[in-house]
Design a protein around this ligand. Structure first.
Ligand code: C5P
Length: 406
């Protein structure tokens, strides 16, 4: 569980997005967090303290003068063992209060009195005009300068009927952001390009050749790289997966399209991670029209040509990023893994241990580099992806220090 043992103070302020925060609370608790809800008076007009108590499983605080805390100082007591404060939704008024150090209710006082270093994350939610108003933008700039992390807002349809910036992030996105806030920023400021998923090579306009890659490992890598502080581009073949929050996704179908999407960006990247299961061959004589079957007729005479090797092409660039490849072998992984690393000309190759990882949630890895092999024990793909980012970051730092010493 990504938030096991974490204590989150969840502050609700006045906004219709409060209705989504019951679900967000459930997601936080399912991820292992214990959630202490604090609500402003305005928030209680949008969702009741009873609902928030039921979903968080803890008494809710709304009043500075609440006597349930021993020393009657909830504004101090509630944050002293917390790991983060999350304000969702954060109204325009509350952004103002945070920016100016106001403390005229329990939640604002608790924020002002938070221990130095306790992360404060705020998810703004308001009408587009309120968000764009220079007064709000001044407060936002001040909050960023003060080290308060803003989660969103997003653009789109608003409850008031208008459209634009100001929607609160969805509960799943907020959860991803809270989890991300606890991950070490080992790739801070780095640019990471990742390929993921299968490719789809057409036979005719409605048929094609693909493979069983689900994209899960590549998407987990993209999310982990973003969590580690990188700017991430994900070039993806067809998958049913949601884009990790904050990742720039480019959709492609064929290996040729994937190559073009990668090559037009590869020169500006620090790291390239090729996770996609790229088709080795494409149909050379794909039909522009749907192939028709005729009674007793012959099957279509398909011929194939080899696809470009995207990873090897990037690894051959003069200004290449740090290149990482994946290998899924059904036998002799150690022997084939070492050989594949050499053949592709890459510093790091990641071998999937086990006959079939496609579509599964768990995996086990072995890393091949110039020092030998490192085994990474079986775990969920997201955990493995986080570990992989740490391994990549260490090798990247060593490489940079080697090149500056040379
Ligand atoms: O050669 P093989 O397909 O076994 O190599 C797997 C690795 O190479 C993976 O990292 C995969 O993403 C990458 N690859 C590629 N372009 C291809 C074939 C594989 O980038 N055409």
């Amino acid at each position: 569980m990504d938030l096991a043992g974490k204590k989150i103070v969840l502050g609700l302020t006045g906004g219709i997005a409060c209705y989504k925060v019951a679900e967000f609370t459930r997601q936080l608790t399912r991820a292992g967090a214990s959630v202490q809800v604090v609500m402003t008076d305005a928030a209680t007009h949008f969702i009741t303290a009873v609902t928030m108590q039921a979903v968080s499983g803890r008494p809710v605080y709304t009043d500075q003068w609440d006597a349930r805390i021993g020393n009657n100082m909830p504004h101090i007591d509630l944050t002293r063992d917390a790991d983060a404060i999350v304000i969702a939704p954060c109204s325009a008024d509350f952004l103002f209060k945070l920016a100016h150090g106001a403390c005229d209710d329990l939640l604002s006082t608790l924020c002002l009195a938070r221990p130095t270093g306790l992360p404060l994350l705020a998810a703004p939610a308001m009408n587009v005009e309120m968000w764009q108003n220079p007064a709000t933008q001044r407060n936002v700039a001040q909050l960023r300068a003060d080290g308060i992390r803003l989660l969103g807002p997003d653009a789109g349809e608003q409850a008031c009927g208008e459209t634009g910036m100001g929607r609160m992030l969805e509960p799943e996105q907020l959860l991803e952001e809270v989890i991300a806030s606890f991950q070490p920023k080992v790739l801070s400021g780095k640019r990471v390009l990742i390929t993921a998923g299968p490719t789809f090579e057409p036979i005719d306009p409605v048929r094609g050749i693909t493979n069983l890659s689900s994209g899960k490992m590549g998407y987990a890598a993209a999310r982990a790289a973003r969590e580690a502080g990188a700017e991430v581009i994900l070039v993806s073949g067809p998958t049913a997966l949601a884009t990790p929050y904050g990742v720039h996704r480019i959709d492609v179908h064929t290996a040729q399209q994937m190559l073009e999407a990668v090559m037009s960006r590869a020169g500006r990247q620090d790291v390239f991670i090729a996770v996609a299961a790229v088709a080795d061959w494409r149909v050379a004589n794909a039909s522009q029209q749907k192939l028709k079957k005729t009674a007793g007729g012959d099957p279509p005479p398909l011929s194939f040509e080899q696809n470009p090797d995207i990873l090897a092409t990037v690894a051959a660039l003069p200004d290449k990023p740090y290149c990482v490849g994946f290998a899924a072998e059904s036998e002799n992984l150690i022997e084939y893994g070492k050989a594949k690393r050499d053949k592709k000309g890459i510093p790091l190759l990641v071998g999937n241990i086990g006959p079939q990882t496609f579509g599964k949630d768990q995996n086990e890895l072995i890393l091949f580099d110039d020092q030998g092999q490192t085994h990474i024990a079986r775990a969920g793909k997201q955990q493995l992806a986080r570990r992989l980012m740490a391994e990549i970051a260490t090798r990247l730092a060593n490489r940079l220090s080697d090149s500056t010493q040379a």
